[in-house]
Write a protein that binds this ligand. Structure first.
Ligand code: 5GP
Length: 130
């Protein structure tokens, strides 16, 4: 099976706006953010479902989510950081971290046909990067 887009992001074959990386996990900005600062935390292992990760990788993903989520709360102009795991589109575990202040902001559905705003993403990544 061909590598998913997230494996290509891990290898650097596909560029990303990286926030944090360690030996087991990577966090980068979602290219079609629900809200500014919307970040994806992924394991480096290509496991489709969160609960199929072994405990060590699961804990590593959750630890990175806490680290990055805390920074999102401190840095972005938002009252909350929502956490969501759906995996409807990309078959590689990813935890969504979404800064928001109102329920409408959290429930917003971005139009994926729009071209990503790389300048805005880059500016946010610079503020959030570890
Ligand atoms: P899912 O519906 O699988 O939970 O969400 C997949 C997410 O991956 C979507 O929010 C989508 O915008 C994001 N995404 C898809 N392709 C890319 C990509 O090439 N780069 C980045 N940074 N995010 C992507």
């Amino acid at each position: 099976m061909a590598d998913s887009i997230f494996m290509q992001i891990i290898s650097g074959e596909v560029p990303s706006h990286k926030i944090y990386e360690d030996d087991k996990t990577l966090a980068f900005l979602d290219i079609n953010p629900v809200q500014p600062g919307h970040t994806l935390v992924i394991p480096k292992k290509p496991i489709t479902y969160l609960w199929d990760l072994d405990d060590e990788d699961y804990m590593a993903v959750m630890h990175t989510a806490k680290l990055v989520g805390t920074k999102l709360r401190q840095t972005m102009d938002a009252e909350h950081v929502g956490v969501k795991v759906e995996g409807l589109d990309v078959p590689h575990t990813h935890v969504h971290l979404i800064p928001f202040s109102t329920p409408e902001e959290f429930r917003y559905i971005p139009d994926h046909r729009n071209a990503p705003d790389h300048e805005a993403l880059m500016a946010i990544a610079q503020k959030l990067a570890f």
